[in-house]
Design a binder for this molecule. Structure first.
Ligand code: PSU
Ligand code: MN
Length: 316
């Protein structure tokens, strides 16, 4: 029998994703802003495929999300990924932008926040992104706090990431998550990671070392009637990490340059990331790939453990 989601007016489900959701098989949602704004062609397209392969290696079906012709693509095809990767001028679409872009039509690249909106509509309980947005440094005056954090409190989707880059204020980011009741779980680590670095120097509120317990925690969160998601972190592999002092020095310079050039609002994240990529060339490309693959693979394994847990515990 065709699933209702297949005919949802705002969703275009990929065939494999629709079948997996019908069968209660694990699916992991992925963002497209990293394809259009995070990396350059052709590295962006190649990376998007590697990330999808990593989700599969973890046992789940990948669902890369974007916006086209007034609907969410949930489970982009290779042709979709190529189109997003090569078309210039695709807007970055966060939650606040969604209704307008959906109303206007055209292409839109989803951030973590807006991908979570689509994932929840499609009943996909897991999402992977290497780095989330957070509280920006200087937020006490700029009030620049990524919508990603707000969306965690609204969408019932568990987010797997390698923490956030230290272009952000990581202590404030953790404070914000605590204040807004978002559970943070660090997988096999005591610390909250900082994307290129194994540790941000901050202790994580919770550590869990096995997929089954994390899957149970995700289900418990929702059994409590909580509306939002959870954050699950996994650090970069130590051998691929970059020295925190070097990252800090580069960030400081990039932030001063951004201020000098008057870069603000939703353009700031991309600007800072590009500056760091340039300054650390070679190694940051390798680190980026390592983080993307690692988080996608873990998300695949967690989605698999979660699907199994649901099958075993839910009435048939
Ligand atoms: N941080 C990263 N890589 C990214 C982003 C953030 O390390 O690609 C992107 C993601 O799409 C994230 C968005 O959802 O930037 C957050 O942007 P803003 O800070 O404008 O909310
Ligand atoms: Mn912002």
């Amino acid at each position: 029998m065709p699933h209702a989601l297949r005919t949802h007016p705002l969703l275009v489900l990929g065939e494999e994703v629709a079948d997996a959701l019908d069968d209660g098989k694990p699916v992991v949602a992925l963002e497209s802003n990293v394809i259009t704004h995070g990396l350059e062609y052709p590295h962006n397209v190649a990376t998007a495929h590697k990330v999808e392969d990593a989700v599969r290696a973890g046992g789940a079906v990948p669902a890369t999300i974007g916006v086209e012709k007034g609907r969410f693509l949930v489970g982009m095809t290779a042709a979709d990924i190529e189109r997003f990767g090569t078309t210039s001028g695709i807007p970055k679409v966060s939650s606040r932008d969604l209704p307008i872009i959906l109303a206007k039509g055209g292409l839109g690249a989803t951030t973590v926040a807006s991908s979570l909106v689509a994932a929840e509509l499609a009943n996909i309980p897991f999402f992977a992104s290497a780095g989330i947005g957070g509280v920006h440094r200087g937020a006490e005056t700029s009030m620049d706090i990524s919508s990603d954090l707000i969306q965690f409190t609204r969408s019932k989707v568990a987010v797997v990431c390698a923490g956030a880059k230290s272009i952000l204020d990581l202590p404030l980011t953790l404070e914000f998550l605590e204040t807004h009741c978002v559970p943070v779980i660090s997988y096999k680590s005591d610390d909250f990671p900082a994307f290129y670095c194994v540790s941000s120097g901050l202790r994580s509120p919770h550590r869990l070392d096995d997929e089954a317990t994390i899957a149970r925690a995700v289900e418990r969160h929702w059994a409590l009637g909580q509306p939002g998601g959870l954050l699950i972190t996994q650090p970069i592999r130590a051998e691929d990490a970059i020295d925190p002092h070097e990252v800090d020095a580069v960030m400081e310079r990039a932030m001063l340059a951004a201020e000098h050039e008057g870069i603000r609002g939703n353009a700031l994240t991309k600007y800072l990331m590009r500056a760091v990529d340039k300054a650390t060339s070679g190694r940051s490309a390798k680190a980026n790939m390592s983080v993307l693959i690692g988080t996608a693979e873990l998300a695949g394994r967690l989605a698999t453990a979660h699907a199994l847990y649901r099958r075993e515990t839910l009435p048939h």
